[in-house]
Design a protein around this ligand. Structure first.
Ligand code: GDP
Ligand code: MN
Length: 387
């Protein structure tokens, strides 16, 4: 789960990382009322999961309540334009009003897992701000890294060394080790996969603030903090996630792609293997779909309809491994689902193996459906039918 900036900053506050004072608001009026009650210069920032808000004109300044209202309305009026990270764009449903900082320097600081060393890696650059991707591509030597030995943990000397190696402005030095300690602490306390501060701002009067936050939490660690469940409910679903939820699937059980071979499998691993098999057979899959546990008629029908109504599938490859889910149950589900669906019909290729396989095959045979023997055979058949 990815957090919005204001949620990430709530975690930052708990770890003692300095963030500018501000207010999260869901309407332009709420934002304006906050500014009316609090003098000063303010920055109004779209709250979206996508990055690149600054470049998209979704970070703006305001000096009073009137300006705040206009700017906030303007930011929320249009969605974030598509980019490489999110080709569909994202609507802006709330904003963060924050004290405008007099920025002298913008640095970058993050913690993530390094898969090669299997250690948390802390990364620091003196070139923070809106072009860090460009920095990573063309000036990667300017990014200082420290691979933390988790048996020893974090000590302030690591932060000092990183600040030195990254040649951070001396103005950062005093505050920096504790800020890195803060993200290190949060990384473990909440089970994060990435915590990024970009920019880490040094103000012209010598203060240091986390001016932006990007936090990716490990979905398997959400239990560590019960309030994350509530936070998750406030986060927007993208189109695929919305469709999955409407079909009664988990939001991560369905993804659309460009191809013409629809796929339904049980278990995320088998679903991905099915996509690989289609690709290996020279075809292109239309989707990822994990039906999850149990596959009664309603569930199979929902999945079938989800794929034929929302992807370019010309054929459906159903690949089931009966474990706890029994093949006869799935076969009944398939037969009944196809008898009752109102959606368009596409040719089916079925592979069914595992618990109660014979019974499942008999049920399919009675309905004049003959399953293939192997996944590769099924993929080849599906690819042929999709042509
Ligand atoms: P992002 O583009 O989505 O990463 O959004 P950021 O929160 O990083 O903001 C983008 C840019 O807006 C920053 O790199 C700053 O240059 C600018 N900005 C954001 N907050 C302030 C502020 O308080 N004062 C000033 N002067 N600029 C700001
Ligand atoms: Mn940023």
């Amino acid at each position: 789960m990815n957090l919005m900036e204001y949620q990430g900053k709530e975690l930052f506050r708990r770890a003692g990382i300095p963030v500018p004072r501000g207010q999260h608001a869901t309407t332009a009026d709420d934002a304006a009322n906050f500014v009316k009650a609090n003098d000063g210069d303010w920055v109004i920032k779209a709250q979206v999961l996508m990055g690149g808000r600054g470049k998209a004109g979704k970070v703006k300044f305001a000096k009073n309540a009137g300006e705040t209202k206009t700017v906030a309305q303007d930011i929320m009026a249009t969605p974030m334009p598509p980019n490489r990270q999110n080709p569909k764009g994202e609507s802006v449903n709330s904003i963060l009003v924050e004290e405008k900082l007099p920025i002298a320097k913008e640095a970058y600081c993050a913690i993530a897992i390094d898969r090669t060393t299997k250690k948390p890696v802390i990364m620091v650059s003196r070139f923070g701000g809106m072009d860090i991707e460009e920095v990573a591509e063309n000036h990667s030597d300017s990014i200082a890294k420290f691979f933390v030995d988790t048996a020893i943990g974090y000590s302030p000397f690591i932060g000092r060394e990183l600040a030195f190696n990254a040649q951070l402005d001396p103005g950062y030095r005093k505050a920096f080790p504790a800020i890195v300690g803060g993200i290190y602490d949060l990384f473990f306390r909440y089970g994060a996969k990435l915590i990024e501060i970009n920019p880490l701002v040094l103000t012209s009067d010598g203060r240091v603030f986390a001016s932006d936050s990007k936090v990716e939490l490990d979905d398997d660690a959400l239990y560590k903090n019960p309030e994350f469940k509530q936070w998750e409910e406030t986060l927007p679903l993208d189109e695929d996630e919305t469709l999955a939820a409407q079909a009664g699937l988990g939001t991560r059980n369905f993804r659309r792609f460009e191809g013409t071979v629809g796929t339904i499998a049980n278990g995320a691993g088998l679903a991905m293997a099915t996509m690989d098999a289609v690709k290996n057979a020279g075809g292109d899959f239309a989707n990822f779909l994990d039906v999850g546990g149990g596959a009664n008629a309603e569930r199979v029908r929902n999945c079938y309809e989800l794929v034929v109504n929302h992807t370019g599938a010309k054929v459906m490859f159903i690949n089931i491994f009966g474990g706890i889910t029994r093949c006869d149950e799935v076969a009944n589900g398939i037969v009944e689902a196809l008898n009752t669906t109102q959606s368009r019909k596409v040719p089916l290729v079925i592979r069914l193996t595992g618990t109660n396989e014979e019974e499942g095959r008999r049920i399919l045979a009675d309905a004049k459906m003959k399953p293939v023997e192997t996944m590769d055979e099924g993929a080849a058949e599906a690819v042929k039918l999709a042509r």
